[in-house]
Design a protein around this ligand. Structure first.
Ligand code: ASP
Length: 274
């Protein structure tokens, strides 16, 4: 799969309001959307990241333009919006475009409960049902991440998110931080989800690659170790290695995930595999 095709996959998920990215993003404490995204090419280690987007319809496309068209890695807030205008990427007339009734309701619930971030440890299939936040429901669990390898062994990763619901205005999570929520090199490609602050403190995505490189761990062992090193209930990831091994561990009660190969194998899951 070339980089363009796989970037389009993430755009599709951003356009789907059931995921916490693009339209359907989680709301800040002030009821607005501030989106972020990141993309990285494993061979060249070229990468692009964006934060604080309020009008860009597909944040991942802007991250890609940062990677391809600037000498920088990371643009945020007004500067990122100005770059989007300059590049002619699609923007919405207003931030309202990204706001869904489900996310207004989630923000209301979080404010009533006086919590700033969802407690992932408390979630079970039953509690999700009660909260009406099942698979196609609320978007708190729907940061979108994609890792890919092509038949030449080229690895790449992309992650896009609205961040944590009820986040402080200006808060930046793990997604756009290279080595935390997103990382790729010639060994593996990783995209993480969960509580950004835990993932940043644990440098989760980079740790997976480092454990493979310096300790000789397999992808599966390295990813399990990196996720297991974060506080319980705060992290999950999808990863693929240069050898084509795939792993999708999490220490949250569930994580939306799927995997597909060119020869027709596919796998999809939400709760831990039996
Ligand atoms: N990791 C994202 C953040 O903290 C949220 C998520 O993955 O759901 O911004």
């Amino acid at each position: 799969m070339n980089m363009l095709v796989w970037c389009l996959e993430v755009r599709e998920l951003e356009n789907n309001p059931h995921f916490n990215a693009g339209r359907g993003s989680a709301l800040t404490s002030q009821g607005r959307v501030e989106m972020e995204a990141c993309i990285m090419d494993g061979i060249t280690k070229k990468c692009g990241a964006v934060s604080g987007l309020k009008t860009v319809v597909n944040p991942i496309s802007l991250a890609r333009l940062v990677m391809d068209k600037t000498p920088y890695v990371y643009l945020a807030f007004d500067g990122a919006e100005a770059f989007a205008m300059e590049q002619g990427v699609e923007t919405a007339d207003s931030n309202d475009h990204f706001i869904t009734p489900e996310n207004i309701e989630i923000l209301k619930q979080e404010k009533e409960a006086n919590i700033t971030q969802l407690d992932f440890t408390q979630l079970t299939p039953k509690s999700l049902k009660k909260k009406k936040l099942a698979a196609n429901g609320g978007s708190q669990f729907g940061t979108v991440g994609c890792v890919a390898i092509d038949n030449q062994g080229n690895l790449a990763t992309a992650t896009s998110t609205g961040g944590m619901p009820n986040k402080m205005v200006g808060r930046i999570g793990d997604t756009p931080i290279i080595g935390a929520g997103t990382y790729a090199n010639t060994i593996c490609a990783v995209s993480a989800t969960g509580k950004g602050e835990s993932i940043i403190r644990g440098t989760v995505a980079r740790d997976v690659a480092a454990l493979m490189e310096f300790k000789g761990l397999s992808l599966k062992e390295a990813a399990a170790y990196a996720v297991g090193s974060t506080p319980i209930g705060t992290a999950g990831l999808v990863a693929v290695s240069a050898g084509g091994e795939v792993t999708m561990p999490f220490n949250t009660p569930g994580m939306f995930r799927a995997c597909a190969t060119e020869d027709g194998y596919s796998e999809i899951g939400l709760w831990p595999s039996m």
